[in-house]
Ligand binder design. Structure first.
Ligand SMILES: [Cu+2]
Length: 145
């Protein structure tokens, strides 16, 4: 009887593992991009789409090309666009969250180098639950998208 229980436990562990595998990686990041920066710029915005398998919270981000990264959102107040810092970003299970122009964005502060079109640079995202993810951000010509 003990053996049977142990085998049943093993079978369910294997099934759970297989299930996880079918759903895929804990975090999926699509289309990470940034506009090229004008000469002398010290900040730049980065956009991307983030989907987590389970509910999670995006806590922070870092990159080699800037001193630090803030998360911001744009909101309209009395007809004025205002940028507001986000201390974190809640992510719903399986629901993509999109950082996009006019809305939420990552703000690279104190750029260490200009972002030139064609450049790819790494950005690392920290989550409350999922392991940290490093993604490559594609820099595009200003105004090309
Ligand atoms: Cu901003």
């Amino acid at each position: 009887m003990i053996h049977l229980l142990r085998n049943l436990a093993l079978v369910s562990i294997v099934l759970i593992a297989a299930g996880c595998d079918r759903i895929g990686a804990p975090v999926r990041v699509d289309d990470a991009w940034a506009n090229a920066t004008p000469a002398g710029a010290t900040v730049a915005a980065v956009y991307m789409k983030i989907t987590t398998k389970d509910a999670d919270t995006l806590l922070s981000a870092t990159t080699t090309v800037a001193d630090h990264i803030e998360m911001h959102t744009n909101s309209e107040q009395n007809g004025m666009m205002q940028m507001r810092p986000l201390s974190n970003v809640p992510l719903e299970a399986g629901e993509p969250f999109t950082f996009a122009p006019g809305g939420a964005h990552f703000m690279l502060v104190e750029l260490r180098q200009p972002l030139t079109a064609g450049l790819r640079f790494p950005m690392t995202l920290q989550f409350q639950h999922a392991p940290a993810q490093t993604v490559q951000v594609q820099v595009v010509e200003l105004g090309s998208r």
